[in-house]
Design a protein around this ligand. Structure first.
Ligand code: DX5
Ligand code: ZN
Length: 255
């Protein structure tokens, strides 16, 4: 049940939440793995979404990534909270929602009610980023901040202690199937370093152009979560693809 009615009241009563540092995640097919694979349904067949989720459930993926686009913050439109709510009974995996919408504060409560576990908002989409993170927490969800390729890490440094997730866009947001922008990877490394230095607890996620060719680089850079759309849904053997991604990442983590 939601408790947030007024963001100003919840700001006063909300206790600071600092997530625990990332640990190894158990994958049923893969023993222990640090990488969390999060297939993005953006690249799924929307006419068969429940079946598409089943293929995620039967892979080594731990999260499902939902890309919400408003046609303003990004030049594309996808779906809203009802879509997520209707899919919630189809999976017990973590629902990881990426809001690519302007003024996300106006929609946080709706998405929280729809069953999202993580709600991630863009630093570029709201003036009052800290307040939005508090609002997400007050709704009982984990709070994430995303940055586009042109946004530096220093822009979000003041709110990092309030984050459960930091999502580094490795392509310009709006569409699946793009090529990774290599210059974004240093931000992954910087964020992992800041977390370790400061004792923060957020996970670092990468989103865009992640596949079997790029996963080693993002794992080496320090990513904990890999969002993957076109490569996962374009694979003939999605379970095999997920295992391959985690295997490559694990080998990179060991280096
Ligand atoms: C892009 C979205 C991504 C997208 C990734 O704006 O945020 O989550 O689905 O798709 P791929 O993996 O195809 O780059
Ligand atoms: Zn995304």
């Amino acid at each position: 049940m939601l408790i947030c009615t007024c963001p100003y009241n919840t700001m006063l009563s909300h206790k600071k939440q600092v997530a625990k540092a990332p640990e190894c995640w158990y994958n049923r097919n893969m023993e222990h793995s640090k990488l969390i694979l999060a297939p993005s349904v953006l690249s799924a067949d929307f006419s068969r979404m429940a079946e598409e989720l089943e293929t995620i459930n039967h892979s080594a993926s731990k999260w499902i990534h939902f890309d919400v686009m408003d046609g303003r913050f990004v030049p594309n439109i996808t779906f809203g909270p009802k879509f997520i709510q209707d899919l919630k009974p189809c999976s017990s995996l973590v629902f990881d929602t990426h809001l690519m919408i302007d003024e996300p504060e106006n929609y946080v409560e709706l998405f929280a009610r729809s069953g999202c576990d993580y709600i991630t908002v863009h630093a570029e989409a709201t003036v009052h980023l800290h307040r939005v993170l508090q609002l997400i927490h007050s709704c009982g969800c984990k709070a994430g901040v995303a940055i586009v390729p042109s946004t530096p890490v220093c822009m979000i440094e003041p709110v990092l202690e309030s984050c459960d997730l930091v999502l580094v866009m490795t392509v310009n947001p709006g569409f699946g199937g793009q090529q990774i922008i290599p210059s974004t990877l240093h931000k992954v490394t910087d964020l992992a370093q800041i977390r370790d230095d400061e004792g923060y607890g957020y996970l670092v996620s990468v989103d865009g152009g992640i596949n079997t060719k790029t996963i080693a680089d993002v794992a080496l850079a320090g990513a904990d979560v890999a969002v993957c759309g076109s490569a996962f849904f374009g694979s003939d053997d999605r379970a095999g693809f997920a295992e391959e991604m985690i295997r490559i990442a694990d080998e990179a983590f060991e280096q």
